[in-house]
Ligand binder design. Structure first.
Ligand SMILES: *[C@@H]1O[C@H](CO)[C@@H](O)[C@H](O)[C@H]1NC(C)=O
Ligand SMILES: *[C@@H]1O[C@H](CO)[C@@H](O)[C@H](O)[C@H]1NC(C)=O
Ligand SMILES: *[C@@H]1O[C@H](CO)[C@@H](O)[C@H](O)[C@H]1NC(C)=O
Ligand SMILES: *[C@@H]1O[C@H](CO)[C@@H](O)[C@H](O)[C@H]1NC(C)=O
Ligand SMILES: *[C@@H]1O[C@H](CO)[C@@H](O)[C@H](O)[C@H]1NC(C)=O
Length: 365
C-alpha cells in the first residue's frame, strides 16, 4: 500500500512537471524563434525528411568501416559484408513485412525478468542529453525539472566549456570539442562521444535525448525493466511512417531500407546491442560511418542496427518528439509516457495540452 501511494504521488509530481515544462519550453522556443541569433535554425530531425541515400556511399562505407582485429574478435558479430546480398535481403524483407505492424519485435521473446540478476534500476541507465553552446539556456529547464530525479545518470554533451553549467551539472557537462553547427557531422561527432562515454560507463542502457526533451524518469525505468539489457534492444519511435529507403544504384536496383528511431523523441539501446556496434561505432568510427553513408546520427544508429547487425527497432509509442501532435496525447495515460519534446507546428504551438494552466497568467510555468 505505501508503495502504491508513492507511485500515485510520483505520478502527480510527474504530471505537474510536464505542465510546468511544456509552458516554460514554449516560451524558450518562442524567444529563440524570434531572436534567430545566428544559431542553427534547422532542427536535426527536419533534415531527415530530405535525405537521399546514395548507395555507392553506403557500399563504400561498409567496405571502409573496419574494426581492429582485437575488437572484432571480442565481439561476436562480424562486419556486414557488402557482397552478402542474402543477408541484406533478409533485413529488407523484415522491414517490409514489418511495415504494417511497424512493430517487428515481439516483446515476449526475451523480456522475462531474470530471476538471478537484479532488476534494472535508475542507476543502470545512462541518459545523454545532446546540446550545444547555442542552447545552453535550455538546460535551465532540464536542471530545474526532470534532471532532479536522475542527477547522477544524466550527462550533457555540448561543444563549448561552460563553468556555470559544469558546476550546476556537477561535472556532467562534457565538451565534445565537436563543431557547434547542427550539420550531420557535428551531430554524429557528438553521438560518437556519447556512445563512447556510455560504453566506458558500464551501464546497462544507453538512452539519448535532445535538449528540448522532457524525460519522465520513473516511466523510463519502468519501461526498461520490461527488456533484457543483455539482449539486442533498440527502443524508440520513428518519425517517418515508412522505412528510410534507397535504391541500390550499382546493383540490380534492389532497395535497402531500414527504420530508425528519431533522435528528437529519444531512443534507448541495450548494452547488449551497443556492444555489438563497437566495431562500427566506437572511437570515432561512428563519425566515419555518418560521413560515408551521408546520414545524420539517429539514422546512422538505425543503419547499424538493421544493415550492419540485422536486428530491429522495437517501436515504443511512449516516446514523443515534436514532429507529432503532442496535443493528441491522452492525458489519462500521461504518467506512462516516457519522453516529450516540444515545438511549433506551423502556427500552432506543439505542446502537451493540460487544462488548468493559464500561460498568460504565469508565463514562467
Ligand atoms: C553517388 O556517389 C558516387 C561516389 O561518391 C558518385 O560517383 C555518384 O555520382 C553519386 N551518385 C549520385 C546519384 O549522386
Ligand atoms: C506477451 O505475454 C503476455 C503474458 O504472458 C500476453 O498476455 C501477451 O499477449 C503476449 N504478447 C505477445 C505479443 O505475444
Ligand atoms: C537475456 O539475454 C541474453 C542474451 O540474449 C540471454 O543469454 C539471457 O538468457 C537472457 N535473460 C533472460 C532472463 O531472458
Ligand atoms: C576536448 O578538448 C579538451 C582540451 O583539449 C580536452 O581536455 C577534452 O578531453 C576534450 N574532450 C573530449 C571529449 O575529447
Ligand atoms: C489567464 O489569465 C489572465 C490574467 O489573469 C486573464 O486575463 C485571462 O482571461 C486568463 N485566460 C484564461 C483562458 O483563463
Amino acid at each position: 500500500m505505501p508503495g502504491r501511494c508513492v507511485r500515485v504521488v510520483l505520478k502527480l509530481v510527474a504530471l505537474w512537471m510536464v505542465c510546468f515544462l511544456a509552458v516554460e519550453l514554449y516560451f524558450t522556443a518562442f524567444v529563440k524563434l524570434q531572436s534567430n541569433d545566428g544559431g542553427p535554425a534547422v532542427p536535426q530531425s527536419e533534415m531527415v525528411r530530405h535525405i537521399v541515400i546514395n548507395n555507392s556511399d553506403v557500399r563504400a562505407a561498409s567496405r571502409s568501416i573496419k574494426a581492429p582485429e582485437s575488437l572484432a574478435s571480442r565481439t561476436t558479430v562480424n562486419l556486414h559484408k557488402v557482397s552478402d546480398l542474402s543477408r541484406r535481403e533478409r533485413s529488407i524483407t523484415s522491414v517490409k513485412s514489418g511495415s504494417e505492424s511497424k512493430q517487428p519485435n515481439n516483446r515476449n521473446s526475451s523480456t522475462k525478468p531474470s530471476k538471478s540478476r537484479r532488476q534494472t534500476e535508475l542507476n543502470d541507465i545512462f541518459i545523454s542529453v545532446k546540446t550545444s553552446k547555442w542552447y545552453h539556456d535550455r538546460l535551465d529547464l532540464i536542471l530545474e525539472t526532470w534532471y532532479i530525479m536522475a542527477r547522477d545518470q544524466v550527462y550533457f554533451f555540448t561543444d563549448e566549456d561552460n563553468d556555470i553549467y559544469r558546476h550546476r551539472t556537477r561535472g556532467h557537462l562534457i565538451n565534445t570539442n565537436c563543431s557547434s553547427t547542427y550539420d550531420r557531422y557535428a551531430l554524429c561527432c557528438k553521438m560518437s562521444i556519447e556512445y563512447d562515454t556510455f560504453i566506458a560507463s558500464k551501464k546497462r542502457w544507453f538512452c539519448h535525448v535532445d535538449d528540448d526533451t522532457y524525460v519522465n524518469v520513473p516511466a523510463l525505468v519502468t519501461l526498461l525493466q520490461l527488456y533484457n539489457d543483455t539482449g539486442d534492444w533498440y527502443l524508440g519511435k520513428p518519425s517517418l511512417s515508412y522505412p528510410l529507403k534507397t535504391r541500390d544504384l550499382d546493383g540490380a536496383g534492389q532497395q535497402i531500407a531500414f527504420w530508425f528511431a528519431t533522435g528528437g523523441a529519444g531512443f534507448c539501446l541495450s548494452r547488449g546491442i551497443a556492444l555489438k556496434m563497437v566495431p562500427f561505432a566506437s572511437g570515432g568510427r561512428l563519425v566515419t560511418a555518418c560521413r560515408k553513408i551521408r546520414l545524420p546520427d539517429d539514422c546512422t544508429i538505425g543503419y547499424f542496427v538493421y544493415i550492419s547487425l540485422n536486428k530491429q527497432l522495437t517501436v515504443v509509442n511512449q516516446f514523443h518528439s515534436h514532429l507529432e501532435g503532442l496535443w493528441r496525447i491522452n492525458l489519462g495515460n500521461i504518467a506512462n509516457q516516457v519522453t516529450f519534446s516540444y515545438g511549433q507546428l506551423g502556427t500552432r504551438r506543439n505542446v502537451v495540452q493540460i487544462p488548468g494552466y493559464n500561460d498568460s497568467y504565469d508565463p514562467s510555468r
